[in-house]
Design a protein around this ligand. Structure first.
Ligand code: 8YV
Length: 306
């Protein structure tokens, strides 16, 4: 995909495998840039738009774009694009895998075998929680939320959802039921967060919310870490307000191994790999490259965010 860009444009690429581009470096390089292909690791704020006088488009290789100040982009007449749809199914697969792994304590059980601790059989050895026929609450019923619900129907789960707007089609097709946020929180055995990070959703999972959940509830987050007050989640797990958590995302990523949540055996943590299948990442980068090529050729982008 990058080679395709190189056919028509000069490409200045940061070796992102090592570390995200430092802000100063980004500010230097953006001065001569017409486009930025960004990942979530880059904060694209007003400062970047002020320096990037030639900038016409910022193409984020992600569906979420909370790393970009969209209002500042509008002000500076810069188009912002994202990569929706192509990652829905892959992210839903990972979310469901995380739910199953957390409920059935898979990572703990794998370690148990590898660490040579399996010396006998006992009735409750690595016993976890059932998933089938339990109540799943999905907060954020966009396309990925709906793809998660579709998977849950195969497990005969009772599915509740909360969303800013009702999703009548999903209600009909998937048999999901709309619930007020508090009702969903109180009734669900599994609470899955699938909302984007906005001013409205920031810190929405806090002490108050965890206390309302069932003691046996399992919280799954594969959207954005910023929707959770991590200290409150830690306390909720310690105090037994909820049972376990599966987290693909954290407030400040990447986290290091001394992150408090990692001390807890009932936490399954992943390094933000929701959309990380080779097929999907290829589709995402191709879409991002397509968006850049189109804008720089004077055409409409495929997936603008506004
Ligand atoms: C990104 C994501 O691919 O799409 C999103 O919003 O969180 C992931 O799918 C990943 O963070 C790389 O930018």
């Amino acid at each position: 995909a990058i080679a395709k860009l190189r056919d028509s444009f000069e490409v200045d690429m940061w070796p992102y495998e090592d570390q995200p581009i430092p802000k100063g470096e980004l500010l230097n390089r953006v001065e001569s840039a017409d486009a930025i292909l960004s990942m979530l690791t880059e904060t694209i704020d007003e400062e970047v738009f002020l320096k990037g006088k030639q900038l016409k488009v910022v193409a984020n290789m992600a569906v979420g774009f909370d790393n970009i100040d969209v209002e500042a982009a509008k002000k500076h007449n810069v188009i912002v694009t994202n990569t929706p749809e192509v990652l829905n199914e892959t992210t839903a697969d990972l979310t469901f895998a995380l739910l199953l792994a957390t409920a059935r304590r898979i990572p703990e059980a794998v370690d148990f075998v590898k660490e040579n601790k399996w010396s006998t059989w006992s009735p409750f050895l690595m016993a976890g929680s059932d998933v089938h026929h339990k109540t799943l609450g999905i907060v954020g019923m966009g396309n990925i939320g709906q793809a998660v619900a579709k998977r849950a129907t195969g497990f005969n789960m009772n599915i509740l959802y909360h969303n800013r707007s009702r999703k009548r089609e999903a209600e009909q097709e998937l048999g999901v039921q709309y619930a007020e946020f508090d009702d969903l929180i109180k009734q669900s055995d599994f609470v899955v967060c699938m909302t984007p990070l906005t001013d409205e959703t920031k810190n929405m999972f806090n002490d108050d919310v965890f206390k309302k959940m069932k003691d046996a509830a399992i919280f799954i987050n594969s959207s954005r870490g910023g929707v959770v007050v991590e200290e409150d989640l830690y306390q909720a797990l310690i105090n037994g307000d909820i049972k376990a958590a599966g987290l693909d995302v954290f407030k400040d990523e990447p986290i290091s191994s001394d992150h408090p949540l990692l001390e807890l055996s009932q936490v399954v943590a992943l390094p933000h790999i929701g959309s990380a299948s080779v097929d999907t990442r290829m589709k995402m980068i191709e879409l991002a490259v397509d968006n850049i090529s189109r804008v720089l050729n004077g055409e409409e982008p495929v997936t603008p965010v506004y």
